[in-house]
Design a binder for this molecule. Structure first.
Ligand code: FVH
Length: 299
């Protein structure tokens, strides 16, 4: 009797297909193979299947053949254009199956793929990944899913093999909303951090040691974020980080400090402008969260 990588009977093992064997798709396919799934793989450049076949996967000659190999079809490609190309070639092969699209993309794309799948009799789950390929299969990679609840529940145990998972509801676009927002927070924070390292460096301070101190002070942020989230949701703005009257004065010093060192201060000036408007509107006693009221779109 044939056995899987984990020693079970191959015939009894659940089946999964993985379309797209880049860094992430290969890590996903390898995880399924290692967890005992009968894994069929396909990639545009067929050479990328070889290491997975050595590990125990089956290679399909076409994307359609891979899609037909099992009930769960995982798609992990570069971008929406690649997904469009591959979906076009499998449209006659997806009826009765569940597509899990882990390709990065927008909420609108996800909703369009859900519609496309429904029109062809397939279930659709959109998934977004935060984490690096070497950590797939560990809790250190976060997968956000949304779309058909029935499809998600039917394949939840397989999806859990890949990392920490969260389901964000039946709107197929919800996982992309979560992903875009989480990634945006990261980038906005990190570009501010890099500009600040410029400032620290210009002052002759050791940037690595400074980074260690910043990491330690990050522990104070979770309670602040929680209280800001509550303030924005309720519209009740206490003086978080101090009143705007006091913060605006500090902001002038921060802008002047940056400019004296030739360090970019564009975001600081934007913050100061918002504070000044809020103060002029009679809200100088409120805190930083209240700037939300001035950010478009309002209402
Ligand atoms: N790698 C990472 O760290 C991240 C982490 C967070 C989320 N992503 C997203 O995952 C998607 C795939 O990323 P990837 O790292 O696997 O990307 P590549 O290694 O560059 O592989 C790209 C695959 O897409 C195939 N492909 C590209 N264009 C087409 C096309 N027109 N038709 C068919 N397949 C296409 C490519 O095939 P090939 O070039 O090997 O033939 C690869 O299989 C991505 O959305 C990340 O944002 C990754």
């Amino acid at each position: 009797m044939a056995t899987t990588a984990t020693g079970g009977s191959a015939d009894a093992a659940p089946r999964v297909s993985v379309l797209g064997l880049g860094a992430m798709g290969s890590a996903i396919a390898r995880t399924f193979v290692e967890r005992g799934y009968r894994t069929t793989v396909w990639n545009r450049n067929a050479a990328k299947s070889a290491p997975l076949v050595d590990a125990g996967a089956s290679a399909a000659a076409t994307a359609a053949e891979a899609a037909e190999a099992g009930p769960l079809v995982v798609v992990c490609l570069l971008d929406g254009a690649a997904v469009d190309a591959v979906l076009g070639s499998v449209e006659g092969s997806v009826a009765g199956r569940v597509l899990v699209n882990l390709t990065s993309g927008s909420p609108a794309q996800a909703r369009a793929y859900a519609e496309w799948a429904a029109e062809r009799g397939a279930g659709y789950i959109d998934g977004k990944i935060m984490g690096d390929p070497p950590y797939v299969g560990t809790p250190n990679v976060m997968f956000s899913f949304s779309g058909s609840r029935g499809a998600f529940e039917a394949h939840e145990s397989a999806l859990k093999e890949l990392g920490t998972i969260a389901y964000h509801g039946t709107d197929a676009g919800a996982a992309a909303v979560e992903f875009m927002a989480q990634v945006a927070v990261g980038y906005e924070l990190l570009i501010g951090f890099l500009h600040t390292l410029r400032l620290v460096h210009a002052e002759g301070v050791d940037v690595q040691e400074f980074t260690g101190r910043v990491a330690a002070s990050m522990a104070g942020y979770p309670p602040l974020l929680a209280s800001m989230g509550k303030a924005v949701k309720t519209g009740e703005y206490g003086p978080d980080l101090g009143s705007l009257n006091v913060q605006a004065a500090l902001m002038d010093d921060m802008i002047a400090h940056r400019e004296s060192l030739g360090v970019e201060a564009v975001r600081m000036r934007e913050v100061k402008k918002l504070m000044d408007r809020r103060i002029a509107d009679g809200h100088g006693g409120q805190g930083f969260s209240s700037l939300f009221e001035l950010l478009p779109p309002r209402g």
